[in-house]
Design a protein around this ligand. Structure first.
Ligand SMILES: Nc1ncnc2c1ncn2[C@@H]1O[C@H](COP(=O)(O)OP(=O)(O)OP(=O)(O)O)[C@@H](O)[C@H]1O
Ligand SMILES: [Mg+2]
Length: 380
């Protein structure tokens, strides 16, 4: 959790039963301190100025002179910059929309766990934005065809779906795997269209491909021979600028450890090393882990994801853990039918089949990588 200290909460609620429900849920925990429950929307902005809560919770159906939607707007325009959680009922569904001042939505009835969890996430998000914290994750493997592109794309989309502003970089510069996967026309700009010196935020916005799934993608050059025009320095500069614009950056990488690939890995907070139950892949993964260690990457930077984790090919899970020197951090099951078809259609399966085991595995990894859940994702 980003903020271990108490969350100070102000509530705007005029239905006594709901206020009591919230009070009851909060009375049995110590993470959230309830400052006040106001039943008059007209008093909330002033109270927020005085009490300086960390989060304000507003009932969408709040009645009176200042109703729920107006209060949300007033708070957003007040300049107080306090995140807002909107409370609603199933008959009045509402989508999260930070631009309209709705940082999260809670639908009644909710549990104490959901309440506290939502408040913590909203606050962690806000703090991450304030400090400009961005998580850069490179999806890498020294072996081809293990699922790097598939996982990078779906991981990025899963993060986007969680409300994290996410950019995906096609670091497979020669072949542009994402360009192929998403069937992007060859005249769509790529990393090559960025000026070589003094790249600015506006340049970046112009070259990012906005995917319908809600993420922005920096594409690789459209032709193989153009890849060598991108230098390690270009890559470093681009990532450091993108860090200012996004909360998460996912990078699809090629198999070769070239100077540019190393620049991508250097610039990353996390290297998600994809392993499969295949002896050559495991062998190469260990060899490259030694390289990482010798160039000074900390063990915490390296995470292992076992792709097609249910296709063990006779290698035991314990044996894999022993060989890697630790338990893998994540597992993603095999689902040939779904994954191949989704890839052929250029669709993220985390969106088209959110309840499939393979999608849940990716979403679990996305949450853990962003620090939203404890690091114990692997089923035992
Ligand atoms: N969990 C999975 N279940 C079933 N099929 C998968 C899974 N992950 C990846 N695949 C399939 O494996 C193949 C290789 O995947 P992908 O192209 O993502 O690998 P890659 O590591 O990026 O390859 P390259 O080294 O060529 O860049 C694809 O056909 C993809 O559909
Ligand atoms: Mg690939």
């Amino acid at each position: 959790m980003a903020n271990p200290s108490t969350i100070r909460l102000l509530v705007a609620e005029d239905v006594p039963q709901v206020s009591q429900h919230v009070r009851n849920l909060l009375s049995i925990q110590s993470q959230v301190k309830l400052l006040e429950v106001l039943n008059d929307g007209a008093k909330v902005v002033e109270a927020a100025k005085q009490l300086r809560p960390d989060v304000v919770m507003i009932d969408l159906l709040l009645q009176g002179k200042v109703k729920g939607p107006q209060l949300i707007e007033k708070l957003r325009d007040s300049g107080l910059d306090i995140p807002v959680v909107v409370l609603t009922v199933p008959q009045h569904p509402l989508a999260r929309d930070p631009a309209r001042g709705i940082d999260a939505v809670l639908t009644l009835p909710f549990s104490g766990f959901e309440l506290v969890n939502t408040l913590s996430h909203v606050l962690a998000d806000r703090q991450a934005k304030a400090t400009g914290a961005c998580r850069v994750v490179s999806v890498f493997s020294p072996k081809g065809g293990v699922g790097k592109t598939t996982i990078a794309f779906n991981l990025a989309v899963a993060l986007g779906q969680m409300g994290v502003a996410t950019a995906l970089i096609d670091g497979s510069l020669q072949y542009g795997d994402l360009r192929a996967l998403l069937k992007v026309p060859s005249d769509v700009p790529s990393i090559l269209d960025l000026p070589t010196d003094r790249v600015q935020e506006s340049d970046l916005r112009d070259v990012m491909w906005r995917d319908p799934a809600g993420i922005d993608i920096l594409l690789a050059p459209p032709r193989v021979e153009m890849a060598e025009m991108v230098t390690a320095r270009d890559v470093e500069k681009t990532i450091s600028l993108l860090r200012r614009l996004y909360e998460a950056i996912v990078i699809d990488t090629p198999t070769t450890l070239s100077e540019v690939t190393l620049a991508l890995l250097d610039s990353s907070d996390v290297i998600l090393s994809i392993v499969t139950y295949d002896s050559t892949t495991i062998h190469n993964t260990i060899a490259v882990a030694e390289v990482f260690s010798s160039i000074g990457y900390t063990p915490e930077k390296l995470h292992y994801l076992v792709n097609r984790s249910d296709s063990t090919g006779g290698i035991g899970r314990d044996e894999l853990a022993r060989t890697l020197g630790r338990r893998p951090d994540f597992e993603v099951v095999s689902d040939g039918r779904l994954v191949v078809q989704a890839n052929n259609e250029g669709m993220p399966f985390v969106v088209s089949s959110p309840d499939a085991a393979v999608s849940k595995d990716i979403k679990r990894a996305a949450q853990t990588i962003m620090g939203l859940t404890a690091n114990s994702p692997v089923r035992s």
